[in-house]
Design a protein around this ligand. Sequence first.
Ligand SMILES: Cc1cc2nc3c(=O)[nH]c(=O)nc-3n(C[C@H](O)[C@H](O)[C@H](O)COP(=O)(O)O)c2cc1C
Ligand SMILES: [Fe+2]
Ligand SMILES: [Fe+2]
Length: 394
Amino acid sequence: MFSYKISDSLYYVGVNDRKTELFERLVPLPYGVSYNSYLLIDEKVALFDSVEICYAEKTLEKIQNTLGGRNIDYLIIHHLEPDHSSGIQQCLDKYPDIQIICTKKAAEMLQGFYGINANIKTVNEGEEFSLGKHTLKFIFAPMVHWPEVMMTYEISEKILFSADAFGCFGTLDGGVLDNQLNVERYFPEMERYYVNIVGKYGLPVQTVLKKALNYPIETICSLHGPVWQQNIERVVGIYDRLSKQDGEDGVVIVYGSMYSHTEAMAEAIADGALSVTKNVILHDVSKSDISQIITDIFKYKGFVIGSPTYNGAIFPKVQDVVEKIELRGLKNRIFASFGSFTWAGMAVKLLNEFGERMKYEQIGSIEVKHSMKMSDYEAFYNLGKRIALRITED
Ligand SMILES: Cc1cc2nc3c(=O)[nH]c(=O)nc-3n(C[C@H](O)[C@H](O)[C@H](O)COP(=O)(O)O)c2cc1C
Ligand SMILES: [Fe+2]
Ligand SMILES: [Fe+2]
């Protein structure tokens, strides 16, 4: 188990997790995930974050092979979520003289989660800390996406250790630097990571982006995914755009349908939208994974949602989407709703109430009894077209 050399002083000692099916027991990991950990070797040696407990031994082996007989002086903790902190005790067992450096809130969590309370130095926002030739500067990042989070900027090499920010799903296969890897496969996984894990906290992300981007950055070392050097602008752009919640040109049509009546309506809406824009995505809630559905809703400006009435309410899996979007407080969408019923329609009314609560601009709403007839097709087609046209106006 060897580390990857990033620069003369900086080494990657993180690990790939190809076994976990669901991140946070919720979000599928079709391409796995990496838990990143970095070693900076100077007059003093600093380890930047630990890893998930199952992988701690692997990381410690990499550290030992990199350091030879040297000790670790400091463990800088950016985030206490257990995917980065549950291996800390193993680190301390092997290197008992480590001093932990973290925020006051992180120190409380260290005590609460692991009973660790000795040899901890808590730092303040903007404080500098020397390792020799390298100087660390701490940037607090509260609620990205936990309250104790901080980032570290290393002044001499212009490295931003960014905690979960700029992270993505996907393992690091054969290298860690973005210029070695085919990075295209990571960008969709970055969007899915952002929306599902960080998505509720757009404002704190915007605040910390403004702070961190004041510094010249040549390398971003996030806690998940590649080390970014050549694609910094693109990566920052993805986080900036998604956290601003602006939405790109395009229409996402999400629907539930047991017997395909509602589906036929979704397809008619898609036909109309496609006459204006190529970015039209249809998601059947019973087929697409909800993590991808909400990612696409965050990504695009047009949001159309459809449901049959089911036991006097919204179809359950459509309701899940509604709740996930409402929980994340997604703003600024151009919205339409549709659905079908057989004896007493309710789903579309409830979907419209959701659109109102979210303060979305409502373009239209159609509910049809039994099934969509040939004579209804045009109304659905036009709804799709209108929403796509409205988006291109902006
Ligand atoms: C379990 C179940 C519950 C339903 N509940 C209602 C209801 O409360 N009110 C209503 O008008 N229709 C109800 N329906 C009928 C459906 O809303 C209607 O058939 C709709 O067109 C189905 O659309 P789909 O083909 O897209 O699944 C229910 C159907 C099922 C299977
Ligand atoms: Fe996290
Ligand atoms: Fe994480």
